[in-house]
Design a protein around this ligand. Structure first.
Ligand code: GLA
Length: 676
């Protein structure tokens, strides 16, 4: 449990009463009660209020707020406020502001704007976090610490450049090793002095965000920036732990945010939390996959949904409101996939600055007679009723889908073979093929224990880190099924090609050799022609993007290309290796192929779909103490029917029992408990 003080799914969200006066606070408290809100995330952006000058700290506002909330039955997630520095700090210590990718020194303004390698910023942040911890560590309202806010971004200041050189010295030990790792004899880049190394931005190696002349330095810069921000987090973490040892600490992550290696961060977080803001056209299976990633960061430990909007965002080009029922549906989607909290940004809508048109539980009209408030209050009642039943329940998936930030950075920075390759899309294609068939999967990192799974799928695993190929071999040897795709096994952790034939270190387990990699133009496609019928899979399927021209070195050829000069060459192979099998999918297939392929692999491994249901129903389960909780989420407007099997199950929300066919109303939710 995140914190046993509140043994239920926490309900509430970001609350900024400092933007209001006392009469409004009383109204807030009344409405929190009406909505069943029991948690407020406070002090997220209050640095300027708490520390009006370098010498003065003033906690009177915060003291009163926490006491007031607690009296009203509202617990707090206490943020450290270091996500935006005060204006006086930027004026007195200009080093706290960042330098951007064009080399421009920023002035005061915005947020998430502090130079992560400024010693001044780090000192002030640590001091503030420490003072807050010392002051509030024993307050009975305190459930959780929330460090800063949505860490991210790049910085190209002199402080960061100096810190980068130190980071590189630690990583490589010598310039000789660094020159080798970056292959600096290319374009006369050999470095003879650490101080010759400058940050890769538009003044040096990079352009257009992710384009670079030198993958080695750009890849290391991304790792370094992730580590720099992590150090900022860790400095505050240590300052808090010095005083407050029992309260869990988190910082709010952003799903597949490209800038930070969250697998590395997760090791230092007591509990994962994240902010979920899908656009109206984000596939629900993509959101599902993101929740699964957040659950996977700490090997299946439940996470916190720290933010979502009750109705609309303000920062997208078109900010449609969530349709009736959607907020509830998406809240349960988070819970179904491992969230033990449902929290909003924000509890009351502000009246000024850029978030005044962002959705809130309490809207500008100020009373409870709104659609949004009614829906929030209804969900509040249900979460109250669910009590602690679902807390700490885990996933029981037997398939792991692999995702890795280093791999993503290397792929995105790679010059060639195609600009159209989108790692996220390829991972999602495989995940979605399982999702659409109600087959559960976990999102896992390369450090995960693969032996937990029957099947491990690693789409476009371009970079092979030290020891990973051996880990895959051991997994397959022992009976596991491994799937990887085109453009995998190409480089080592420094983005240097493994010579001797693609897919490099994976060649042995896969029993194939890739001779060439062809890039298809957007309008082009090839075909995957099955050699024989395999379950539902038969005939020909479209593929595009990249086509590896492979030769079997012992693998069985299951399908071949249907056209072009490589017609007849293998496109789908399976290699028996020890007790297990390793599959290679040499191009990017259409969904019908992937669904049939993954259905076959699941069936061969004894993995059954959770339910039989039409498109639109999402099903997933959490298990705990010999019980399973099967969530059925209907993402369609109209009712849909699912087959849940013969065992009787009880809906936690209505108390009704079901077996066989169940009908879920449009945008409806069922949580069916039964014996596991
Ligand atoms: C982010 C931030 C919040 C708020 C919301 C608005 O998630 O953490 O402070 O700005 O976006 O959607």
């Amino acid at each position: 449990m995140i914190n046993e003080q509140l043994p239920k799914i926490w309900y509430g969200g970001d609350y900024n009463p400092e933007q209001w006066e006392a009469p409004v606070w009383a109204e807030d408290e009344r409405m929190f009660k009406l909505a069943g809100i029991d948690v407020a995330t406070i002090n997220v952006f209050n640095w300027a209020l708490i520390q009006p000058s370098e010498e003065v700290y003033d906690f009177s506002h915060l003291d009163a707020l926490i006491d007031r909330l607690y009296k009203n039955g509202t617990y707090v997630i206490l943020a450290t406020s270091t996500g935006a520095h005060p204006a006086w700090m930027a004026r007195r210590y200009p080093e706290v502001t960042r330098v951007d990718e064009k080399g421009r020194k920023r002035k005061f303004g915005g947020r998430h704007n502090s130079n992560p390698n400024s010693p001044v910023y780090r000192d002030f942040a640590a001091k503030l976090a420490g003072k807050l911890a010392e002051r509030y560590k024993d307050h009975p309202a305190l459930l959780c610490w929330h460090i800063s806010n949505e860490y991210g971004g790049h910085d190209y200041s002199e402080e960061s450049a100096a810190a980068f050189r130190v980071w590189l010295k630690e990583r490589y030990g010598s310039l000789d090793a660094l020159n080798k790792a970056w292959n600096t004899r290319f374009w006369s880049h050999t470095f003879y002095d650490w101080d010759e190394i400058v940050l890769p931005n538009e003044l040096s190696e990079e352009w257009d965000g992710n384009r670079t002349n030198f993958q080695g330095i750009s890849l290391d810069y991304r790792r370094f920036m992730s580590d720099s921000l992590l150090e900022c987090y860790l400095i505050e973490y240590a300052a808090i732990k010095e005083h407050s040892t029992n309260i869990p600490i988190t910082t709010n992550l952003m799903g597949f945010y490209p800038g930070l290696d969250y697998f590395k961060w997760a090791k230092h977080m007591d509990v994962i939390s994240w902010d979920n803001y899908p656009a109206l056209d984000t596939p629900v299976s993509f959101t599902a996959m993101t929740h699964d990633l957040m659950r996977g960061l700490k090997h299946g430990q439940p996470f916190m949904l720290m933010e979502q909007t009750p109705s609309q965002q303000n920062w997208m080009p078109y900010n449609s409101v969530k349709r009736p029922g959607v907020m509830r549906l998406w809240s349960y989607q988070a819970v179904a996939r491992g969230a033990d909290t449902v929290l909003f940004f924000q509890l009351r809508r502000s009246i000024g600055a850029c978030e005044k048109y962002h959705g809130a539980v309490i809207e500008h009209v100020g009373h409870e007679h709104t659609r949004v408030f009614r829906e929030c209050a209804e969900l509040g009642r249900e979460l109250e009723q669910l009590g602690d039943t679902l807390l700490d329940a885990r996933s029981a998936a037997e398939i792991g889908v692999l995702y890795d930030w280093d791999n993503r950075w290397a792929l995105e920075l790679s010059s060639g073979p195609t600009v159209a390759l989108d790692y996220m899309k390829e991972v999602h294609k495989y995940y979605d093929a399982l999702y659409q068939q109600n087959i559960e999967a976990d999102l896992i990192g390369v450090e995960e224990d693969l032996t937990k799974y029957k099947i491990v799928i690693a789409p476009v695993l371009y970079m092979i880190k030290p020891g990973f190929a051996e880990k895959v071999e051991a997994f397959v040897q022992a009976g596991g099924t491994f799937v990887t795709t085109f453009f995998s096994g190409i480089v080592n952790e420094n983005d240097l090609v493994t010579v001797g034939g693609y897919p490099g270190e994976l060649r042995k387990v896969l029993g194939i050799w890739a001779e060439e990699i062809d890039a298809l133009l957007p309008e082009m496609s090839n075909e995957i022609v099955m050699n024989k019928q395999w379950g539902e899979l038969g005939g020909a399927y479209k593929c595009n993007l990249l086509c590896d021209l492979i030769h079997s070195e012992g693998a069985e050829v299951l399908a071949q290309y249907g056209s072009d000069f490589y017609k007849g060459m293998p496109v789908l192979t399976v290699n028996s290796f020890g007790e297990g099998k390793a599959y290679y999918v040499a191009s990017s297939p259409e969904q019908a192929f992937l669904q049939g392929f993954l259905a076959n692999l699941s069936e061969e491994n004894g993995i059954k779909p959770l339910v039989r249901a039409p498109h639109g129903i999402e099903s997933v389960q959490r298990v705990k103490d010999g019980m399973s909780f099967l969530f059925l989420l209907n993402h369609h407007e109209g009712e849909l029917t699912a087959e849940i099997g013969a065992d009787e199950r009880t809906d936690l929300l209505t108390g009704e029992t079901h077996s066989g066919s169940v009908t879920i109303p449009g945008r409806g939710v069922m949580i069916l408990s039964g014996k596991n």
